[in-house]
Design a protein around this ligand. Structure first.
Ligand code: NAI
Ligand code: 13P
Length: 318
């Protein structure tokens, strides 16, 4: 089995490292100098400086690396995926394309599976999602993920599992996609709560109400409740809202403290909050926390006004 991982950021690199335990893996980076440096130094100094590349992992900036490879992992920010696939559709169509991105495409309101299928209609589209920090995967710490495909994907599940990466499968692509996308939005809100020193109790309340909000939108769009209760929903929500390893959480922390945040850092929840607000409006689903995050990101709302607005919502049954 051979695998190509497209996108040499933190997550693509971590997945390439762990998958190279079980087969040949090629990691593609768009920047030639970066690819050459990684191939020579056997590490990704920019994103995962402490993780050494195994022998079966090679690095290139030549997109022809996907020729002859059946399984391709897409590991780039969600808002970049549609454009990337459009540029390389002729090469990628017909392959198994697995999105590792968590988000909703702002231009279309679609999740990764629909974005893949729009660009590459003959591809088998899949999503790999769930609670997993790149650094943990690269260090070989135990991790469990969800693989979502429209048809049963037992064979793919087995092909991608490693001794430390345990893969569960589902055919609920909507639930898996939305769990992974929306938890980032709630993680920003959780960071704001902690950054603004509103306390751990307030964060627990926000996570609970945020989880209810994720479920409202996902179920309306056809997700199964058990998917939201699983790794890609509840699992990833807990991880991302409670760990400073999360960039979404740290971005919220900075917002809550009134500090700047490095604009070059990938913070998927920022664009996805806007996309989710639009989806909510289109489908008549009330998303107060998501709307608050979108307004905070756009600097249309202050943190104190956001807290006051949430606390003054009408009292209702849980
Ligand atoms: N870092 C993590 O722990 C995890 C990340 N993810 C998801 O993986 C996705 C990627 O995140 P990271 O790798 O962490 O981000 P990153 O910021 O470390 O890397 C993003 C990579 O995408 C590449 N890229 C950006 N635009 C591109 C384009 N137009 N064409 C080709 N390549 C492009 C960049 O060069 C960079 O190598 C996100 O959707 C994120 O939510 C999922 C689980 C864990
Ligand atoms: O999705 C992740 C962990 O499951 C990574 O979260 P961040 O993108 O917030 O760092």
């Amino acid at each position: 089995m051979s695998i190509a991982v497209l996108g040499a950021g933190a997550f693509g690199t971590a997945l390439a490292i762990t998958l190279a335990q079980i087969g040949e893996v090629v990691l593609w980076a768009r920047d030639t100098a970066h690819a050459e440096d990684m191939q020579q130094s056997r590490c990704n100094a920019r994103r995962l400086p402490d993780a050494h590349f195994p022998q079966r992992l090679s690095v290139t900036s030549d997109i022809a690396c996907v020729d002859g490879v059946d399984i391709v992992l897409l590991a780039m920010p969600m808002q970049q995926m549609g454009g990337f696939l459009a540029s390389h559709a002729a090469r990628l169509d017909g392959k198994t394309l697995i999105s590792c991105s968590k988000g909703i495409d702002l231009a279309t309101g679609n999740g990764p599976i629909e974005v893949i299928e729009a660009a590459c209609p003959k591809a088998t589209a899949a999503v790999l999602t769930g609670p997993s920090f790149a650094a943990d995967i690269a260090r070989g710490l135990p991790t469990a993920l969800t693989l979502a495909t429209r048809e049963d994907a037992s064979a793919l599940q087995a092909q991608l599992s490693t001794p430390t990466l345990r893969i569960y499968r589902t055919t609920d692509t909507i639930g898996a996609e939305l769990g992974g996308a929306l938890k980032n939005v709630i993680a920003i809100a959780a960071g704001v709560v902690i950054g603004a020193q509103l306390g751990d109790s307030a964060r627990a309340a926000l996570m609970t109400r945020g989880f209810a909000e994720m479920g409202r939108l996902a179920l309306k769009l056809g997700a199964r409740p058990e998917t939201l209760d699983g790794l890609s929903g509840f699992g990833d929500l807990v991880l991302t809202c409670t760990s400073a390893q999360s960039r979404n959480f740290r971005f919220g922390l900075a917002l809550g403290k009134g500090e700047d945040f490095d604009p070059a850092t990938t913070v998927e929840g920022a664009a996805t909050a806007r996309a989710a607000v639009q989806l909510g409006q289109r489908h008549g689903v009330d998303l107060p926390i998501t709307a608050m995050v979108a307004a905070l990101v756009a600097k249309d709302l202050s943190v104190s006004d956001a807290a006051a607005a949430l606390l003054s919502r009408p009292l209702k049954e849980e």
